[in-house]
Design a protein around this ligand. Structure first.
Ligand code: ADP
Ligand code: ZN
Length: 749
């Protein structure tokens, strides 16, 4: 008889089960066990031994799922590192790492089984046979191009792609065609095209990829990166927006794939990077797999299983959770926009940062690592100053591109001089007018969605708040309701103040929706659109808005953060930041860094082609250091100044910040528990402990929340700190009265 340690999808340690050799289960296999009196779980065999443990009654492993192990030894080491570093259990890692290949648990054994996973299919499209010859198509186009130019253009697109791909039957993948679904439906109704669902084939494409020719500066950078990789160093690629980092990635990817090794490319958000994904798919066709949370569980399962049995040479482009995919022979990991906050998971355990995991994976897998950004995180920048990372810089835009001119526009002065209409200074309006007259495009960035951030009684000052989260509610005009942006609670907008009964409720501040309304009033001729999480609820809606702007069918695009990332719009010559103040006045020690990154990223959207673009930043604090750094585009000055402040206050990257959150529905009990825990911690950590304080959102979903922060200075042993924290937590939860208080830990919060 053998004995196996099994990881279960729970916040619990591993348990030992007996393993009948006949079952043939190995380390890394998914298995089913019974745990507790009536529940069955899917688990992962973590280790196997012949030594009988001294528990009297061991339960057996009941069955094995899937013919191949799901977890490789390298993945085991990654999970172990994450569980240790981020202070959670392997079971919690499992919950996030394994897509729904089997249910986590069930009340009957038969409910836990392999998911029958059919091979994935995708849609292919071809012109009908009548149009397949060049002459026939040309004849058709000649006849119809006046009355139906778009239809003809689409037919040409399909024919061109079929030719480019040497598709003998004329069929090309739908995903490679940038044609709207509605247009395809029209083509099909008119019997101009045929469609087919085909099983996705991993074509053994050649490793002769069509890589772009690099500029001198790009070549130098590429060579420096190669050199760093020879010395097994992580590279920080710091390249201004439009400098062509992507082209350098493409070369590195091609080299790695040609060696038969896999590449993992992490991106902060997949829909936002759809232009990038399309480019990669064109170059690395048949090798590219995308992975993100909008895929169905089935699709993610299929991807996982396919990769688990792949023979290598795969390009995986995915969001943070893609670090958990089973790459067999990982040769390169690229983290694009490495500074992006989306790489950190903070809402549930494991609270990991995928960028930091990527660096650890480099060591575990023996893979090269490139972190790329136009505005690197101070953590990575400091590592490059300390020469832990190789530092490679691209300071100029590719080709003729020049960085935009930045204009700082003082809102208070503008009001005083009567040079402001509603929320727009004349500086910005003049630019918009000029841009529209030249038939070019405008992007306006406003940090808040909705109509206006909150509504306030002008008589008594009351403004409605979320009863669950204690934050002001945001007015959404379209639905005429107010919404909590933390928990989603909504209520109708009151016309009479609920507090003093006087009819004097006024909208304060503004969001994207209101900005659109005002700009449309100022420019009745312009075509205005809005991109934020309210207008892009589906991927399709999102793509439509982006497509319209790209095609020049929209003149002014107003949006939140979502417009700042990754887009490469050709016609944008003016970018406006409507209210910079609310970027750097949030209560967060990273506020300045984040504000700089965000504004630089927004600015990077202007004038990416030919003409020099202009960026107008509206602020009431034109002398604020962040504004100055953005205006001069001086990342290094910003970074050095920020680092000085971080050092003075002992913030990261000079320390690790651990955030401990306590939650309970009973406010008094929570307060008591938080003080008790803070006292326990102070005995161990002294003045490194801060708090307890009420959390930024004091109450969420009916629970009160309190926070304790610990700063562990760099150089101190994190391992020892974690051990001491575990002891404090054990002491705390040993107290009967605090049993119901939930504690969560966020390392590097
Ligand atoms: P980044 O990712 O650094 O912001 P991109 O890689 O998106 O920059 O490049 C900016 C623009 O310049 C893109 O339109 C890209 O096609 C073009 N470009 C950059 N390098 C090259 C190159 N070597 N050959 C052709 N086009 C390039
Ligand atoms: Zn709420």
């Amino acid at each position: 008889m053998l004995y196996a340690q099994v990881v279960l999808p729970l916040a619990q340690p591993m348990y030992t089960f007996s393993l009948n050799e006949g079952l043939g289960a190995q380390v890394g296999d998914a298995v089913v066990v019974q745990f507790g009196s009536s529940r069955f779980y899917t688990g992962i065999v973590w280790s196997i031994t012949e030594e009988k443990p001294d528990y009297p009654r061991l339960k057996p492993i009941l069955k094995k799922l899937y013919s191949t192990p799901l977890i490789t030894p390298a993945m085991q080491r990654l999970w172990e590192w994450i569980a240790e570093y981020y202070m959670c259990t392997l079971g919690e890692v499992m919950r996030v790492a394994l897509p729904s290949l089997a249910k986590p648990s069930a009340t009957s054994l038969s409910d836990l089984d392999e998911r029958s996973i059919e091979p994935p299919t995708e849609r292919y499209i071809a012109l009908t046979n009548e149009l397949r010859t060049e002459e026939a198509l040309a004849e058709y186009v000649a006849k119809h191009s006046r009355r139906a130019p778009r239809r003809c253009e689409n037919l040409d697109t399909i024919a061109a792609l079929a030719m480019e791909r040497n598709a003998e039957d004329g069929f090309v993948p739908r995903r490679l065609l940038s044609i709207d679904n509605d247009d395809l439906i029209t083509l099909r109704k008119k019997s101009l095209i045929r469609t087919e669902e085909r099983v996705v084939q991993r074509v053994e494409s050649s490793s002769e990829f069509l890589t772009p020719t690099l500029s001198e500066a790009q070549n130098i950078a590429l060579n420096k990166i190669r050199e760093a990789h020879e010395n097994e160093k992580v590279t920080l690629l710091h390249g201004v927006t439009g400098s062509g980092k992507t082209e350098i990635y493409i070369h590195l990817i091609a080299e790695t794939l040609a060696q038969g090794r896999d590449v993992l490319m992490l991106v902060p958000e997949i829909v936002i990077t759809s232009q990038l994904v399309e480019r990669l798919e064109h170059i690395f066709d048949g090798r590219t797999t995308t992975y993100h949370s909008r895929l169905t569980a089935l699709r993610r399962g299929q991807t996982f299983l396919r990769l688990a049995s792949s023979s290598g040479g795969e390009l995986i482009v995915g969001v943070r959770s893609a670090i958990f995919l089973p790459a067999k022979n990982l040769g390169l990991i690229i983290v694009d926009e490495e500074h992006d906050g989306n790489y950190k998971q903070s809402d549930l355990a494991p609270r990991y940062n995928a960028r930091d995991c990527a660096v650890v994976m480099g060591r575990i897998y023996g893979a090269n690592v490139v972190l790329g950004s136009a505005t690197p995180s101070l953590e990575s920048y400091m590592n490059s100053l300390a020469e832990k990372y190789a530092y490679v810089e691209l300071t100029e835009r590719w080709g003729e591109g020049v960085l935009p001119e930045v204009v700082v526009s003082d809102t208070i002065r503008a009001v005083k001089r009567g040079e402001r209409k509603t929320h727009f200074n004349f500086d910005l309006l003049n630019d918009i007018s000029r841009t529209l007259a030249a038939k070019e495009q405008v992007m306006l960035f406003q940090n808040r969605r909705g109509y206006s951030p909150y509504i306030q009684c002008r008589t008594c000052g009351y403004s409605p708040r979320c009863p669950h989260c204690n934050v002001t509610l945001t007015q959404h005009k379209a639905s005429s309701r107010m919404e909590c942006h933390y928990c989603g609670y909504t209520m109708p907008t009151p016309s009479v103040c609920p507090n003093c009964d006087i009819q004097d409720m006024a909208l304060m501040g503004f969001g994207t929706e209101k900005a659109v309304e005002e700009i449309a009033r100022l420019y009745p001729e312009a075509r205005v659109d809005r991109l934020d999480s309210d207008t892009s609820t589906s991927e399709r809606a999102f793509k439509q808005i982006v497509h319209n702007f790209e095609a020049g069918e929209t003149d002014i695009l107003v949006g939140t953060q979502i417009i700042t990332k990754g887009f490469d719009f050709k016609g944008v010559s003016t970018v406006g930041i409507l209210n910079a103040d609310n970027l750097f006045s949030v209560p967060d020690f990273r506020a300045s860094e984040r504000a700089f990154q965000l504004m630089m990223q927004v600015a990077g959207r202007a004038g990416r082609h030919n003409d020099r673009g202009r960026v107008v930043i509206q602020t009431s604090q034109p002398k604020h250091p962040v504004i100055t750094y953005v205006a001069t585009g001086d990342y290094h000055a910003m970074a050095h100044k920020e680092l000085e402040e971080r050092r003075a206050f002992g913030y990261p990257p000079y320390s690790h910040l651990i955030r401990i959150m306590l939650r309970h529905a009973d406010y008094e009990l929570l307060r008591h528990a938080a003080h008790h825990f803070a006292t326990l911690m102070r005995k161990k950590f002294g003045s490194r402990v801060m708090g307890p304080v009420s959390s930024a959102l004091e109450m969420l979903r009916g629970e009160h929340r309190a926070e304790i922060m610990i700063k562990i200075e760099s150089g101190a042993s994190m391992q020892r700190a974690r051990k001491m924290m575990r002891e404090a937590m054990a002491d705390h939860s040993a107290k009967e009265e605090f049993k119901g208080v939930k504690i969560t830990i966020d390392v590097d919060a």
